[in-house]
Write a protein that binds this ligand. Structure first.
Ligand code: C2E
Ligand code: CA
Ligand code: CA
Length: 665
């Protein structure tokens, strides 16, 4: 029966505490828990104060029983509090603790009030005043401490003050009655303050919780790519840190793959960003669909994705997974009824085989991708240990470029472009040469891409252009200058304006300058390059599409450029006389240039046989070792004076450096 009543009372308290949200319960628990020892200290001093002042008027059992029991109880609670204080409480446990506090907040004041009132009955005037004083003061303190637990505070106030005030008013003693009235007014004020404060407390807790939720939401947004919903670059690197630490501890392997889409930029340019975005979403879906849970896919930005492969896959298994991804990407996509074909290349690096830190692992995977894009586009490739030397060399060159006195160390060599109809030098192509005191002579094919990566290429281009123009200003007026630009040089209006300024400040007529842009650079950002190229063309400069045939440009895209010349890449020219496929390609490219109404330069002509084929196909401008490798400006004299004299090119063979062979075969 008693147990049942206790259970009912407990349920009442517990259910009441369940009405509060978890944030409130936790905040209440923390506030009350931090005050618990103080509450006990105040109660103990009050109870012992009452006990000692009334011991002479009351029997000992009455004066001391409650203080002794309460002291034991308080000590036990404080010991328990000390041992559990730093422990994490679940919301359920915190709720139970709060229900317990409310229950005790009901029981203890009943016991203490009854005891104090019993002593009040036997005490003299001084004892009575003391009892009233102790009860009033300790009541105020406890109510203030339990302010956040409104029900408990009200309970205590009612249990302590109502009987006390009633009893004081009934004494007939003016001083005690006045005290009662004063206590009644003060306690009413106190309860009002408790009400207001607990409301503020709730509001503060709720707004803190809302703020926390918003910041958690922001945190999620900051870590996810808003377009695809995949983890973003930041989350990828933080996961990579964690996974490497885990792999290190547990002697596991871990692979990082960088995936880059081939042909994505062209889709963006041709069909617009909306289609490009939808394509990226579909790519993300396909990647998630094809990869298991042991692979974490992130989007690093643009059309670059990262794979974090956590299983103990062997290298061949990694490549197999890569093949699977690449083949899934090769399957055409359909975006708003547009059929889109792209491919993806992947570079892998494995921990601990090739790198041990997150940064190194990423760099190795990125390098493997870079190499793979050149040699094995559309497929996966692994960073091999041997490549570590290349990567090391690359970073040495990068450092050397940063430290270089570029003005002094860079020079320009020139290679003639011959008009085979008139046997004249039609133009000279400027080719960069870098003599570094740190790393020696470095080929432009090596340092230009590195300078592009490290943001130095703009400065390099301007230095080279000034030097090339200074030399070209000394040439006969009908010899043009061909100058190579990198993708970076035509990527913004400001950069093009700088080039234009250098051209305008030179003594060379802009109509004598051809700017060469590689097909891959031009296709990087078609709209931007087109605008840049148009600006250069308005100056009067010619625009050549370099290395034509090696990129992925379509005719439609080519048409978008105001080109004056295309340069057929030397890979199609090598052994042209022996390779029917090359022959067909050169033949159709020459026909294409005629149809488009642009000039065509055939690069890399090395033998008389190759030249004969080009001549037979109606090619007019050729360039290659057959006439001359690139030479310093000081050695151009023979070519240029031969021109002036309008002499046949073979006369020029007197020059030692330039070794033109029979121009007319
Ligand atoms: P490119 O513009 O295609 O230049 C032609 C490259 O082919 C030159 O290499 C030249 O020396 C080489 N070459 C010429 N004729 C023959 C031949 O008959 N057979 C063979 N096997 N090779 C031949 P180089 O000077 O090492 O330049 C390499 C690349 O570096 C250039 O290719 C160009 O893309 C880039 N580059 C050179 N100078 C500059 C520059 O000032 N600015 C920029 N952005 N790129 C430059
Ligand atoms: Ca070139
Ligand atoms: Ca070329």
């Amino acid at each position: 029966m008693i147990a049942e009543i206790i259970k009912k009372i407990w349920d009442l308290y517990y259910i009441r505490s369940r009405e509060n949200g978890p944030e409130i319960v936790r905040a209440q628990y923390e506030a009350c828990s931090s005050h618990l020892p103080l509450i006990h200290v105040i109660l103990l001093t009050s109870i012992w104060g009452v006990s000692l002042t009334s011991k002479d008027c009351a029997p000992a059992w009455l004066a001391f029983s409650v203080p002794v029991v309460f002291t034991v109880f308080s000590v036990m609670r404080i010991v328990h509090w000390t041992s559990t204080r730093s422990r994490f409480m679940t919301i359920g446990q915190a709720r139970k603790a709060m229900a317990r506090t409310r229950l005790l907040g009901g029981l203890l004041p009943v016991v203490v009030s009854c005891w104090a009132l019993a002593l009040f009955e036997v005490g003299d005037h001084v004892v009575r005043v003391n009892i009233a004083y102790f009860m009033a003061i300790s009541g105020v303190c406890i109510v203030v401490f339990l302010m956040h637990l409104r029900i408990a505070a009200y309970q205590i106030a009612i249990i302590v003050y109502v009987p006390l005030i009633g009893r004081l008013l009934l004494t007939g003693d003016t001083a005690l009655m006045t005290m009662g009235i004063n206590l009644a007014v003060a306690s009413a004020m106190l309860l009002t303050i408790v009400y207001v404060q607990s409301r503020h407390f709730r509001e503060a807790v709720y707004s803190k919780a809302a703020l926390q939720k918003a910041s958690e939401h922001n945190q999620t947004l900051a870590n996810l790519d808003s377009l695809t919903g995949l983890p973003n670059r930041r989350l990828f690197f933080s996961n990579l840190d964690d996974e490497i630490a885990f792999a290190q501890k547990n002697s596991r392997r871990l692979a990082v793959g960088i995936l880059d889409l081939d042909g994505f930029k062209a889709v963006n340019d041709l069909h617009g960003h909306n289609i490009g975005d939808q394509l990226l979403m579909q790519v993300a879906e396909r990647l998630n669909g094809v990869l298991g849970s042991h692979v974490l896919v992130s989007r690093l930005g643009g059309d670059e994705f990262a794979l974090l492969i956590k299983s103990r896959n062997s290298n061949s298994e990694l490549l197999l997974t890569g093949e699977k991804i690449c083949s899934v990407l090769r399957t055409p996509f359909f975006v708003e009824d547009v059929r889109i074909s792209i491919s993806g290349s992947i570079g892998y690096a494995v921990y601990p085989d090739v790198a041990r830190t997150p940064h190194e692992l990423y760099e190795c995977a990125d390098y493997a991708l870079y190499q793979n894009k050149r040699a094995n586009r559309g497929y996966p490739g692994l960073f091999a240990k041997e490549q570590a030397h290349e990567l090391e060399a690359r970073s040495m060159i990068e450092q050397a470029i940063r430290a270089a006195d570029l003005e002094k160390e860079l020079t320009v060599h020139f290679q003639p472009i011959i008009d085979i109809r008139s046997h004249r030098v039609a133009a000279l192509e400027a080719l960069a040469r870098w003599e570094s005191p740190m790393v020696g002579t470095v080929s432009p094919a090596v340092f230009i891409p590195i300078a592009e990566r490290s943001g130095k290429v703009g400065e390099i281009t301007l230095i080279l252009l000034k030097k090339a123009l200074a030399v070209a200003s000394e040439w006969p007026r009908d010899v043009n200058l061909s100058f190579n630009l990198s993708a970076h040089d035509v990527s913004s209006v400001e950069r093009v304006a700088k080039l234009a300024a250098v051209v305008m400040q030179s003594r060379v007529d802009p109509r004598r300058i051809d700017f060469e842009i590689t097909e891959t650079a031009a296709m990087g950002n078609v709209a931007q390059t087109r605008a840049a190229v148009a600006a250069l063309k308005t100056l009067g400069c010619g625009i050549s599409l370099d290395d034509f045939g090696t990129g992925f440009s379509s005719l439609t895209q080519l048409h978008a450029f105001p080109l004056t010349t295309i340069k057929i890449d030397r890979s199609f020219v090598s052994e042209l006389d022996k390779k029917p496929a090359s022959y067909k390609i050169v033949k159709s490219l020459l026909a294409l240039s005629r149809d488009m109404g642009v000039e065509c330069i055939v690069e890399g002509v090395e033998t008389a046989e190759e030249l004969a084929v080009v001549t037979g196909l109606g090619g007019r401008y050729v360039q290659g070792y057959y006439w001359s490798p690139p030479v310093p400006a000081s050695e151009l004299g023979a070519f240029l004076s031969a021109r002036k004299a309008d002499a046949p090119a073979h006369d020029v063979s007197k020059s030692e450096t330039i070794k033109p062979r029979a121009l007319v075969s």
